[in-house]
Design a protein around this ligand. Structure first.
Ligand SMILES: CCN(CC)CCN(C[C@]12C[C@](c3ccc(C(F)(F)F)cc3)(C1)C2)C(=O)Cn1c(SCc2ccc(F)cc2)nc(=O)c2c1C=CC2
Length: 386
């Protein structure tokens, strides 16, 4: 079981960028079209052991037991992208900013991000520092004691998932977090615009990736946001704040963090791709609040899919464990991710004005095709037994 390769014509590279100290900085994993050299190592899927500690805590496993099991089980998993491969220059690429879900972090959606990059997108998967990530880290510049000659020592600070207190009301926390998440997506865009303009950018991470090759390589008129669950709410919040994002793809959106005043502000086209199992009337009704005359809204449901059909875990456990943890639905994970990717590509071509062949999948946007239906299968009549 491993994470599927991109199906598009471009070879895919991957690197990490952390810019700015402390939690105000930007931390993202970049997936991009790369030169087709063969001698590159693959990308480490979960790059630091602290992520396993965070995950086991998020999953309510016993901290140590969970960490050891997860590290043992997933420690050698790689993503099918060439680590620090040379960027493929010579054309301008559309840009996707990707936002991860609650308890996830920037590396866990590589199947979707790699597929997009293989189709000719630059994809920046941001890592959120709003304490919704299982774990994340940043560097605190501690002033060098006296001697100015040495560069200030940088020490890693780890931040873990903030659990809800027993009687804490979830909504205020999630509303504050979705604001921070949107700001982090907008900061990531600003950083990439700066890199595109050729301004040299310092990467705190000691990686040998040539960022100068990205000069004039991003098509600034073709920028979209994508995200899963809490990350899909982040997409909606981000679009409402920054018109540079021309459209959004909301994967199994969790609408609780959004307040009513955001709905009239989202003018850009939105695609909702919903799993069959992760749907309930109040959540769907919140999505419908975004329907305004003249605003493009598309919704499809993938039959047999579950909430975890979107992150990479769906490919990494056998059928049995996958079923127990609800990581795999009745639909084959590869078939589900193909529908997710093709519907997203068709929508992005239409609303970013791409001249590719993604319109071949337009029928998916109308819920036509195997394993897919238009809109939702939830009965929205009030008081219906859900
Ligand atoms: C018990 C903890 N309890 C916390 C509120 C609920 C935990 N939970 C269901 C889970 C995540 C699950 C999972 C993953 C991974 C393995 C593994 F074993 F494969 F590692 C197992 C089991 C446990 C399925 C969700 O939070 C669902 N969810 C998610 S899941 C995003 C995610 C997180 C971690 C990952 F590693 C991969 C993907 N993103 C959201 O934005 C939202 C929700 C709910 C509302 C908003």
């Amino acid at each position: 079981m491993e994470i599927p390769e991109g199906k598009g014509p471009y070879s895919v590279g991957c690197t990490d960028l952390m810019s700015g100290n402390g939690i105000e900085g930007t931390f993202l994993r970049l997936y991009y079209p790369s030169q087709n050299h063969m001698n590159y190592e693959k990308t480490k899927w979960i790059p630091n052991k602290e992520y396993y500690s965070g995950l086991s805590r998020f999953l309510n496993m016993y901290w140590i037991v969970g960490e050891l099991i997860l590290a043992d089980y997933f420690g050698s998993v790689t993503s099918p992208a060439k680590w620090n491969a040379e960027f493929k220059t010579g054309e301008k690429y559309p840009l996707i900013i990707f936002s991860h879900g609650l308890g996830a972090f920037r590396t866990l959606y590589s199947a979707i991000c790699i597929e997009m990059a293989s189709r000719g997108f630059i994809v920046a998967s941001v890592e959120h520092r709003d304490q919704s990530s299982s774990a994340t880290y940043y560097y605190k510049k501690n002033p060098t004691k006296g001697n100015k000659s040495k560069s200030p020592a940088l020490d890693e600070e780890w931040m873990y998932y903030r659990e809800l207190k027993p009687d804490e009301n979830e909504q205020p926390l999630r509303r504050q977090q979705v604001q921070q998440r949107a700001d982090e997506c907008i900061r990531a865009l600003k950083l990439l615009v700066k890199i595109n303009s050729g301004v040299p950018t310092e990467n705190i991470l000691p990686l040998n990736f040539n960022w100068r090759l990205l000069k004039n390589s991003i098509d600034l008129q073709k920028i979209a946001a994508m995200g899963h669950s809490f990350g899909a709410a982040t997409v909606i919040e981000t679009l409402s704040k920054d018109a540079r994002f021309k459209c959004g793809v909301a994967l199994d959106a969790w609408m609780l963090p959004l307040s009513d005043e955001v709905y009239p502000k989202v003018h850009q086209p939105l695609l909702f791709i919903n799993s069959e199992k992760y749907q309930w009337a109040s959540n769907i009704l919140e999505m419908k609040k975004l329907n305004y005359k003249g605003r493009e809204r598309k919704m499809i449901t993938i039959i047999g899919s579950v909430h975890q059909s979107f992150p990479d875990f769906t490919f990494l456990t056998g059928k049995k464990l996958g079923k127990i943890f609800n990581l795999i639905g009745d639909i084959d994970p590869q078939i589900a991710i193909d529908i997710i990717n093709k519907a997203s590509l068709a929508f992005l071509q239409k609303h970013l004005g791409l001249s590719k062949d993604f319109n071949q999948w337009d029928s998916l946007l109308n819920g036509k095709g195997p394993n897919v239906i238009p809109d939702t299968n939830v009965d929205l009549t009030p008081g219906a037994s859900q």
